[in-house]
Design a protein around this ligand. Structure first.
Ligand code: GDP
Length: 298
């Protein structure tokens, strides 16, 4: 991921090497190249616009520096602006004052929610918590089973309707799970919800029903970084339909062009909190805007 974007930016910066001072025309030409690089990487247009405006303003206002040549100065500005677009500082989970803290996962089918529940379970356990994973994806026949498997791998408990009891009511399961967590002293509840292949009203209504039943402390919108521009439309739909407090980017190990990573926060205003980089439970970490920016700049 980001190879094309990194290469493009590298070319832009190489073109500036050896210049003593940046003229207005240099700044314009550089901004144009950065704009193309971002658009090619599938970054959403409003985010690109804001980014370019900021770069231009800062490049024009930049002091002539003894320590940095013009190329280095632009790289510094682009780096800082990238960190800003990616959210600035890492946003940590806000735990509830009274246990359990409830974390609800929402997103399209295939985004990686069930896998994420396992990853979060494993991660939370390593942080000293006692998480409970709750199976509220009763739509997909194998989802409950899949959640039990990842919970087993993570070494954490799972709350799920018993097989054979029919489809079941995910809102009721969600509500009961909180009571269960209180009785069994689990301090964090991770609620896996159903996703559809596309956005639909029924999916949103169900997710909103679960949200109202469990009143989550965090609702994480889980999005596959590989879906490019669709990540933005999906994010907006979930923001309107369910609302969320943080974003988890999955499949960052894929060869997507990075647009989703760079757009979602700018478009929704909500921070990227975690990143998934593979199918294994350990392929997961807190999202660090600074590290991601350095990866882009290579
Ligand atoms: P859900 O429908 O949202 O619950 O998605 P799943 O958790 O079932 O994930 C869908 C597929 O994506 C599965 O095959 C996962 O193994 C895979 N997957 C999930 N996260 C990642 C990731 O970060 N990288 C890669 N390469 N695959 C992932």
């Amino acid at each position: 991921m980001f190879e094309t974007l990194s290469d493009r930016l590298d070319k832009v910066f190489t073109g500036l090497r050896g210049k003593g001072r940046l003229s207005e025309a240099d700044i314009d030409a550089t901004a144009r190249e950065i704009r193309i690089a971002l658009l090619e990487a599938d970054v959403a247009l409003p985010v690109v616009r804001e980014f370019i405006t900021a770069i231009k303003e800062r490049a024009r206002g930049a002091e002539v520096s003894q320590a940095l040549n013009p190329a280095q100065q632009i790289i510094k500005i682009v780096n800082e602006e990238l960190i800003g677009v990616l959210g600035g500082e890492t946003r940590r989970i806000r735990y509830a004052k009274n246990s359990p803290t409830v974390i609800m996962l929402a997103g399209l089918q295939g985004a990686g929610k069930t896998t994420l529940a396992g990853k979060l379970g494993r991660w939370l356990k390593a942080q000293g918590h006692t998480p409970l994973l709750v199976a509220c994806d009763l739509q997909r026949p194998n989802a409950v089973n899949q959640l039990s498997i990842v919970a087993g791998q993570a070494g954490v408990d799972v709350y799920a309707p018993q097989p054979g009891n029919g489809v079941g009511d995910p809102v009721a399961v969600a509500r009961e799970s909180i009571e269960h967590a209180r009785r069994t002293m689990h301090d964090v509840v991770v609620v896996d919800t159903a996703g559809r292949l596309g956005i639909d009203a029924e999916l949103m209504a169900q997710a909103a029903g679960i949200r109202d039943a469990v009143q989550p402390d965090e609702t994480l919108f889980v999005v596959d970084a590989m879906i490019g521009q669709d990540a933005v439309t999906t994010a907006i739909a979930f923001q309107e339909g369910v609302g969320f407090s943080g974003v988890v980017l999955t499949k960052l190990d894929g060869d997507a062009r990075g647009g989703a990573a760079l757009s979602v926060r700018g478009v929704t205003g909500q921070p990227i909190m975690f990143a998934s980089t593979g199918e294994k439970l350990a392929d997961f970490d807190v999202f660090h805007p600074e590290r991601m920016a350095s990866r882009i700049l290579g």
